[in-house]
Design a binder for this molecule. Structure first.
Ligand SMILES: Cc1cc2nc3c(=O)[nH]c(=O)nc-3n(C[C@H](O)[C@H](O)[C@H](O)COP(=O)(O)OP(=O)(O)OC[C@H]3O[C@@H](n4cnc5c(N)ncnc54)[C@H](O)[C@@H]3O)c2cc1C
Length: 433
């Protein structure tokens, strides 16, 4: 196929690949990888472009994931499910549900491909249940030499631990085996609380809930807390109109209009944030797990997210809030705070430590630099690790100091891709050349 411009969801990165290939099988991926190597071109497979960083970009061969979406096996007895890399998460969720299965935990959206989401360490929030990489039990990859390999805890365990969150740097993932769990219902309890109450009750709210998270609306005392817990039932979903009103109209349409307003009239931000905190009021409903974990996001934004050791969360948040007053930032997007148990994939943001995530956003047309860099300065002082798919300015020198297994990952990369077939500028920044 002839060259075309590839653009990510946020619209802050584009690239023009030399070639676009749409493989339909692992063998076709291997053939495309070998052809790229002999033509001296780099090669990468993106997902759906939902990363805010340049992690997926290539000016070499772009392997479109659109035809690599088969489901190879679903074992309802063991919960083991193997699917091809380009399958979107929303499709996986539907299929699992049809078979009485589910992913134990997920992030906020389900648009990404299963490989794209897991390669950057995508996560939600959870006391006991970790991110996507921790739910993977097997991978099939095409390596830079065109060979096809599989790995798991028992087979090539180093490759397994490195490649579950591999940034596409070790090979093209062609299939993923998931350890799923029996389908379950979640009871969602969303409730406004003040900043002081949330910070005072952090430990209690974390301990008492399967999935706790909250949003703080800058320039206000208002927070919105979300508590999702596994329940037997019955299902009690939001009435269709209420779901549309809350999730589509208020969270996307009105919020989008408010972003336009505050962009033109920054003086309105504090009152708009105060109103948003109140509008998104208390509600309780019970639904299929993935319908509670995820929602649609139609307002475009840019995002940065840092993972810090959980024990520093309250102190870090107070420092971020103090910086708002000191630096005069005017921000119309809420700050999202999530929690996760320790993970073992080498480059997972939660590797080796119980983790708190602090995510900040700006409207996609607004300048993010002063705000993102200011918050980054605070969170790196706590040993923060940036989300691989979200905007940041860190390089390999910094990252090697906050990831204990960084050196092992680099060694494996040298061994598997000595000529850097899977190179791009972002990998050079974060992993080194
Ligand atoms: C609206 C929105 C909400 C989000 N919510 C969350 C959230 O709740 N939690 C969270 O952690 N993140 C979240 N993210 C970030 C997002 O989950 C990650 O950036 C994710 O990596 C994007 O997946 P993708 O399919 O779009 O992959 P892309 O961004 O296209 O690619 C990501 C990486 O995966 C690699 N890759 C893709 N397929 C393969 C393959 N087959 N083999 C090897 N490498 C491959 C790409 O080369 C690239 O390096 C969100 C992003 C957006 C825009």
């Amino acid at each position: 196929m002839s060259a075309e411009t590839w653009r990510n969801w946020a619209g802050n990165h584009t690239s023009v690949p030399a070639r676009v290939v749409t493989p339909r099988s692992t063998e076709e991926v291997a053939a495309a990888v070998r052809a790229a190597a002999s033509a001296g071109l780099a090669v990468r497979m993106p997902g759906t472009g939902h990363s805010f960083t340049g992690v997926a970009l290539t000016d070499g061969v772009l392997l479109r994931p659109a035809e690599l979406t088969g489901v190879r096996s679903i074992d309802t007895a063991t919960g083991l499910v193997t699917a091809e890399a380009g399958l979107p998460l929303w499709r996986l969720n539907q299929l699992l549900d049809e078979h009485g299965l589910a992913l134990a935990n997920m992030g906020d959206i389900q648009e990404q491909t299963i490989a794209g989401a897991s390669q950057t360490g995508t996560h939600g929030t959870g006391r006991d249940h970790a991110g996507l990489a921790s739910q993977i039990v097997g991978l099939e990859l095409v390596l830079a030499d065109g060979s096809v390999v599989t790995c798991s805890r028992a087979e090539r365990p180093d490759l397994f631990d490195a490649a579950r969150v591999g940034l596409g740097a070790l090979g093209v993932v062609t299939a993923i085996t998931w350890q799923t769990v029996p389908a379950f219902l979640l009871r969602a309890q969303e409730e406004p609380m003040t900043w002081d109450e949330v910070l005072a009750r952090l430990d209690e709210l974390e301990a008492a809930n399967d999935h706790f998270e909250f949003y703080w609306f800058p320039h206000s005392e208002g927070c919105l807390t979300k508590r999702n817990n596994r329940v037997e039932g019955p299902r009690d979903p939001l009435p269709r109109f209420k779901a549309w009103l809350d999730d589509e109209f208020l969270s996307n349409t009105v919020f989008g209009a408010a972003q336009g307003l505050t962009r033109r009239f920054p003086g309105t931000i504090a009152s708009v944030n105060g109103i948003s905190a109140k509008l998104l009021g208390a509600r309780t409903f019970t639904d299929t797990s993935y319908k509670v974990f995820t929602s649609s996001r139609s307002v475009r934004f840019k995002e940065q997210e840092y993972a810090i050791p959980r024990e520093h969360l309250a102190e870090a948040l107070r420092e971020v809030r103090a910086a708002f007053d000191r630096r005069g930032w005017r921000i119309s997007f809420p700050i999202e705070v999530r929690l996760l148990p320790s993970e073992d994939a080498w480059l997972s943001m939660a590797e080796g430590r119980r983790t708190a995530f602090i995510a900040i956003h700006v409207y996609h047309r607004n300048d993010h630099r002063a705000y993102f860099e200011g918050v980054e300065e605070i969170l790196t002082s706590f040993g923060g690790r940036p989300h691989w798919g979200k905007m940041h300015t860190r390089d390999a020198a910094y990252l090697s100091g906050v990831y204990p297994r960084f050196g092992d990952f680099a060694e494996l990369r040298d061994e598997l891709d000595p000529d850097r077939l899977f190179r791009n500028a972002y990998l050079e920044q974060v992993l080194g050349s």
